[in-house]
Structures are given as structure tokens and as C-alpha cells.
Design a protein around this ligand. Structure first.
Ligand SMILES: [Fe+2]
Length: 474
């Protein structure tokens, strides 16, 4: 008898939905799927069935909703989650304002004396971690580089770095200003959230939306990385257009935590960022007491090595938007707040093509950083943990020697970017740079006078030929 007719396979199924398997560098399990509606419980039957607010929840849990969009947003854009927790979040002491962090900025108007605008392209070497003699956690180590807009207007963006050497202890952070896209560059982040736990390594991104509490541990002892914070919008996957339903960042590669709770009745320090200012209150229990949750407003992570590049395969160049992982809409229809691009190893196979990035002037401000590896560009000094800045509409491209090489080389299929990962934030605005970035970081690179001096106008060698060409038109 054939094996397929044997009864053990009748209705065969794995039990439960797909979750990831822990690895050597990440002990946690995740649900998958960008934008899905998830349901997860750390105790059986803790999620109510058929309603969100039963008269009495199982285990005497409290029901609590978190909205990431207004109630009557279109259904396709509604973002919210229901928590079933040991105590409601409202059980806390009054707020106190914290001393101002002079390196943290949220308002990027030219009227702000802490912000300057410049058409000069700039670069920063690797931002230095704190000295061992000082103890700096993730929140204390936030330093704003640039931004535009204002969180009170729900429009704009801030780009920060974080430089930390100490885990947050009995301390939680909640950013009410915007969603944070966090990019570890050195050291993993062990992030505990109300939704569960996430381990994020260099090469992965994590998005923690506005209003969500989280605590950052540093299992590798230090943490350096980049943050793009967006005001008044949420990250989306870019439309795929003619690419079709496959390619770029695949929705199922986004990983979302499973419910995980603790019983902890010690004192916790709760830090809230509002309009760039920090406030703090105490509560007599952990904020990580969510026994079950469901919804689609939840943090997620993504391993950027999984990004599927879909670039030109015959001749000419695609615009860099082909490397867009996540995008966010501005209030202007058709204009992004920011497109977040990642550059991973790929084949370059084009014929009769100038293969390096073409010379260009771009409406967007471009901020680039590196997770690891070596940057192949010739005119920009970029190293892992550093940053470059190209202002809106200012020209940039490769050096003359790179141009000469690229216009004469025998073009063969070539693997490029092996062992490297870089990113670009394509931000549709003028960006204000902070005093920290321009004066206090200590890593701002000097601006060489002669960077662009070497260009030869070889056209001048063709004047006779050009004259003949004109003559032939008469
Ligand atoms: Fe550019």
C-alpha cells in the first residue's frame, strides 16, 4: 500500500501558527509578517474570545487599548493593540520634569539657536562610545544629529545616535514624539517591550512605535547605533509597482515578539519623551506585565541581509529607491517623509554603463551610515559607526579618478559590497544640524579644500572635433 494512503497523514498539521526558532545570538521566538494582526498569550486562554473588554478578564487581568492611529482612520491604516495586563498603565505616581539633555533635540526651525543649516556636505568619523569611567544607558546616550519639523506639529523627523555602555535597570522609556527605527551598529540590544522581548544585532533594524514602553539591555557590554525618529507617521513597506508581489523586503521576514510577562513589584522609573523633553514618574511594579495581547500596532525587527535587491540587469542604473526597505509618508501627497534604503552585497552586471552612482543633485537630504564593512565610494569618507550628510539639492558623486576608471574599465560581471552593509535615509526636506553634530561630537571630519579640484575638462581636448561637428550641421 502506498504511504500516502496511511491514516497518520489524514488532516496532518503542525500545531499552531509559525514562529521563529531561537539562535545562538537571539534566544527569543517571534511571530512573523509585516502589518499582520497578531494574537499572542503567555498563559493559556488569557486572550478574551469574541470581545475585547469582557466584564471580567481571565486571571483578573486588566484590559487596555493602545492606539497608534485615530479611531476613525481608514480601516487599512488603523493601528492599535489590546493588552491584557496585571495592572493598567495608569497606575503610577505623578510626573517630574527631568534635567534637559543638551544633546537631545526635537525642534528644527531656523529660530532654534541649537540648530544650524548649511549647504556644505559633511562627514563624521565613528562616534565615540562613553568612557568606561562614566555610566551611560540607552536613554542617557541619545544624541541628536539632525532633523526637520517638530513633534508637536506631527510632521518631521529626527536622526539620533545612541552611545551607551550600561543597561537600563528598572527603568523604562516611552517616546511619545514618534516612531523610532533603531539600527544597532556595535553591540546587540536586548529590548524588553510591553509586547515581549526582542534581541537585535548589528545588521538588523528594529522599529518601536510611539507610545510603547521599552527597556534596553546591552548583552555585549556596549551599544552604538543610529535612530531615525518620525513624527506623525508610521513606517510602511514601499509599493512594489511593476516589481510585482515579490522582492525588496518580504513581509514575512519581519519578526514580532510574542507575549511575555513578569511578576515584579519593585519600584520602576518610567521615562517619557514629549516634545523633546524628558519626564519621569515612578510606579511600584514592572511595566512588562502584559500576559496577552492582540492587534497590529506592535514593534518589529528585520534582518537587512534578507533584503532582495532588484536592480538593473542589462544597462543603465536604477534610482536608489530600488533599495528602499521602509518608507513613511509626509503630509504632502506623493512626498515621503523619509525613505530608508539599505545597501547589501549584490552582483553588478550592466554593460555600456557608468556603474558608480551617477553625479546628481537631489531634492532629498541624504544621511548615510554603515553597520559593517568598507564603503566603496571614492569621494565620501564613511566608516562603520560614522555618518555622512548631503544637503538637499547640493551636488555630489565620485572623484575624477573613479570617474576615469569607471569610464575606461572593461565591464565584467562583478560582485560588489561583499561583507558590507550601509544605509541611507532619503529625507524630503532641509535638515537642521544640532550643535552636538557641528561642535561637540568630536568626530566631525575637516573639509578638504581640494576634494573636487582634480576634474579635467577633457571636452577641451575635443574642440577641433566639436567645431567639425558644428560645421557638418550647416
Ligand atoms: Fe546622493
Amino acid at each position: 500500500m502506498a504511504a500516502t494512503t496511511e491514516t497518520p497523514f489524514t488532516g496532518a498539521s503542525a500545531k499552531g501558527p509559525f514562529t521563529t526558532t531561537p539562535s545562538a545570538t537571539d534566544p527569543y521566538t517571534y511571530q512573523v509578517g509585516f502589518g499582520n494582526r497578531f494574537a499572542t498569550e503567555a498563559l493559556p486562554h488569557a486572550l478574551p474570545q469574541g470581545c475585547n473588554t469582557p466584564q471580567k478578564c481571565k486571571y483578573d487581568l486588566f484590559s487596555e487599548q493602545l492606539n497608534g492611529t485615530p479611531f476613525i482612520s481608514p480601516r487599512a491604516s488603523l493601528l492599535h493593540a489590546w493588552f491584557y495586563r496585571i495592572r493598567p498603565s495608569v497606575a503610577h505616581k505623578p510626573f517630574k520634569k527631568m534635567p534637559k539633555n543638551p544633546d537631545l533635540e526635537a525642534t528644527f526651525s531656523p529660530l532654534n539657536p541649537n540648530v544650524d543649516f548649511t549647504p556644505q556636505d559633511l562627514g563624521w568619523s565613528k562616534f565615540e562610545l562613553p568612557q568606561q569611567s562614566e555610566s551611560v544607558d540607552f536613554v542617557q546616550g541619545l544624541k541628536t544629529i539632525a532633523g526637520y519639523g517638530d513633534p508637536t506639529l506631527k510632521e518631521g523627523i529626527a536622526v539620533h545616535i545612541y552611545l551607551a555602555n550600561t543597561p537600563m535597570k528598572k527603568k523604562s522609556f516611552c517616546n511619545n514624539d514618534g516612531d523610532m527605527l533603531i539600527l544597532p551598529q556595535e553591540g546587540r540590544l536586548d529590548i524588553q517591550t510591553e509586547f515581549g522581548k526582542m534581541m537585535v544585532r548589528p545588521g538588523e533594524l528594529v522599529v518601536i512605535q510611539a507610545g510603547i514602553r521599552f527597556t534596553v539591555g546591552l548583552p555585549d557590554g556596549v551599544g552604538r547605533g543610529y535612530i531615525q525618529e518620525i513624527y506623525g507617521a508610521h513606517y510602511e513597506l514601499p509599493e512594489l509597482g511593476p516589481i510585482g508581489s515579490n522582492g525588496m523586503a518580504l513581509p514575512r521576514d519581519f519578526e514580532i515578539p510574542v507575549a511575555s510577562f513578569e511578576v515584579d513589584q519593585s519600584t520602576w522609573e518610567m521615562v517619557v519623551k514629549l516634545a523633546g523633553e524628558l519626564f519621569v514618574y515612578e510606579q511600584d511594579h514592572t511595566p512588562y506585565d502584559v500576559v496577552a495581547w492582540h492587534g497590529n500596532y506592535a514593534p518589529y525587527k528585520y534582518a537587512m541581509e534578507k533584503f532582495i535587491s532588484s536592480a538593473t540587469v542589462d544597462r543603465d542604473q536604477s534610482d536608489p529607491s530600488i533599495y528602499c526597505v521602509l518608507t513613511a509618508k509626509s503630509k504632502i501627497p506623493g512626498v515621503s517623509l523619509s525613505d530608508f534604503l539599505v545597501f547589501t552585497p549584490k552582483w553588478c552586471v550592466t554593460r555600456n554603463t557608468f556603474r558608480p552612482p551617477y553625479y546628481h543633485r537631489n531634492v532629498a537630504t541624504e544621511l548615510m551610515g554603515m553597520m559593517y564593512g568598507q564603503w566603496a565610494g571614492s569621494a565620501t569618507q564613511l566608516e562603520p559607526g560614522g555618518l555622512t550628510y548631503e544637503p538637499s539639492y547640493m551636488p555630489h558623486g565620485e572623484s575624477y579618478s573613479r570617474w576615469k576608471e569607471a569610464t575606461t574599465v572593461d565591464l565584467q560581471p562583478q560582485r560588489i559590497g561583499e561583507g558590507a552593509m550601509a544605509f541611507m535615509m532619503h529625507i524630503s526636506a532641509h535638515m537642521g544640524l544640532t550643535k552636538f553634530a557641528l561642535e561637540r561630537s568630536g568626530t566631525l571630519q575637516p573639509i578638504p579644500e581640494d576634494t573636487w579640484d582634480g576634474f579635467h575638462a577633457s571636452f577641451l581636448n575635443h574642440l577641433e572635433e566639436a567645431k567639425s561637428g558644428l560645421e557638418s550641421c550647416k
